[in-house]
Design a binder for this molecule. Structure first.
Ligand SMILES: [Zn+2]
Length: 393
């Protein structure tokens, strides 16, 4: 049983650890904006070992996947500042079926105005095949080579793509597939080598072949371990130490440790998968371009429902005996509350009670911060129009 009063007890592994084993865990990963959220999104009751393992195998599996890379991109893209060019994340599009070299892979990425980006890097261990860019530790030595195929002549979009690639593929060799004479752009690109002519040959084969095969991998229960991790973390933040002793919290801990998909599948975890798009009613619950979290307590169940920037949703039951635990947070907000996180704006809004939120969404009295955020949202068409107009001035 847990006795967190006297000793430090890790919420993820349930083991007693010495205080020097304690570490700061972002329940919602900092790479997805967790560092802009308040204390409720963090805990120091996680041991260093679990923090590392969760970072590499649970958070990374979720965050460095194709669908989530797109969600993160849109959380930046829709709030672009047209007068200031700042880097945005890029969208992972999978790996080439054809290998440039036996020990290398070529990844495809998509830039902000649909530029194609080719990224060459060393092959890693198969167990990390599902991660975009592969093993993050190996990438510290193997920075790779990146080529960008621009598809616009607009200054803003070209510079935005260059800046984004420079931030996203830090220190990788960087070259353009288009001819630029303008030193504003050419200063960003590296000199040609024998290797770059080999790379160019490979890219032109890909570009001009009739079919181009790319693929990405997922664990079969993609997202489940991540959902289990955040449910466990938020469960602890909502209900305290008593929650950690519940059977349901224990199921989450088993799920986190369990490597076999089949065995994870046998666990009783209640939720809804990630790939469902929100229906008409649920659109009320989505703030476009943002990560919107809805926490609720209804009779014995406590749940978390997360809406992603493009409207995809997942839900997970945090507890099936919530009536047994006290929670100051739920008491304060009448058993339901929402928070909104926007990594692209380094912004966090909330918490506010769900009733206030619904009224806001139904054109009743507005939550001013949320209103400001929603009016700063731009569709791709609006952005393109604005940027074109600014370039003409
Ligand atoms: Zn631990």
């Amino acid at each position: 049983m847990f006795d967190c009063n006297n000793e430090f007890c890790c919420i993820y592994c349930g083991e007693y650890k010495t205080h020097d084993e304690q570490s700061l865990e972002h329940i919602w990963p900092s790479g997805l904006g967790g560092n802009y959220a308040p204390d409720f999104f963090r805990t120091d009751k996680v041991c260093k070992k679990c923090n590392n393992i969760a970072g590499l195998f649970v958070d990374a599996e979720f965050q460095k996947s194709q669908p989530i890379s797109a969600e993160l991109f849109f959380s930046f893209f829709h709030f672009l500042d047209c007068k200031n060019i700042e880097a945005v994340p890029l969208i992972f599009m999978g790996k080439s079926r054809d290998a440039p070299d036996n020990d290398e892979v070529c990844e495809f990425w998509l830039g902000p105005s649909n530029e194609t980006i080719y990224y060459f890097r060393k092959n890693d261990e198969k167990s990390l095949n599902h991660l975009a860019k592969g093993n993050p530790i190996s990438r510290r030595k193997d920075k790779g080579r990146v080529y960008i195929d621009f598809c616009t002549e607009n200054f803003y979009w070209i510079l935005l793509a260059i800046k984004s690639v420079n931030v996203f593929f830090k220190k990788a060799q960087f070259r353009s597939l288009c001819v630029f004479d303008d030193p504003k752009f050419t200063r960003f690109f590296d000199h040609e080598t024998d290797q770059s002519s080999k790379d160019r040959e490979f890219i032109s084969l890909l570009k001009f072949s009739k079919t181009r095969h790319s693929y990405f991998e997922f664990p079969l229960d993609f997202g489940l371990r991540f959902q289990a991790k955040i449910a466990l973390g938020f469960g602890y933040k909502l209900f305290g130490e008593k929650y950690l002793n519940s059977d349901y919290a224990d199921t989450f801990r088993v799920c986190l440790k369990e490597g076999s998909f089949q065995k994870r599948n046998e666990l009783f975890i209640y939720g809804k998968s990630l790939f469902e798009l929100s229906n008409e009613f649920e659109k009320i619950l989505t703030v476009p371009g943002c990560f919107t979290f809805h926490f609720g307590r209804v009779f014995d169940e406590a749940y978390l429902s997360v809406y992603l920037p493009t409207g995809k949703n997942f839900q997970i039951a945090i507890s099936n005996e919530a009536n047994k635990f006290s929670s100051d947070i739920f008491d304060r907000y009448g058993n339901e509350f929402a928070v909104v996180l926007v990594p692209g704006k380094k912004m966090f809004i909330g918490p506010f009670s769900s009733s206030k939120y619904y009224i806001h969404k139904q054109n009743g009295p507005k939550i001013s911060e949320l209103n400001e955020l929603e009016t700063s949202y731009r569709t791709r068409e609006q952005l393109e129009y604005e940027i074109k107009r600014l370039s003409e001035i």
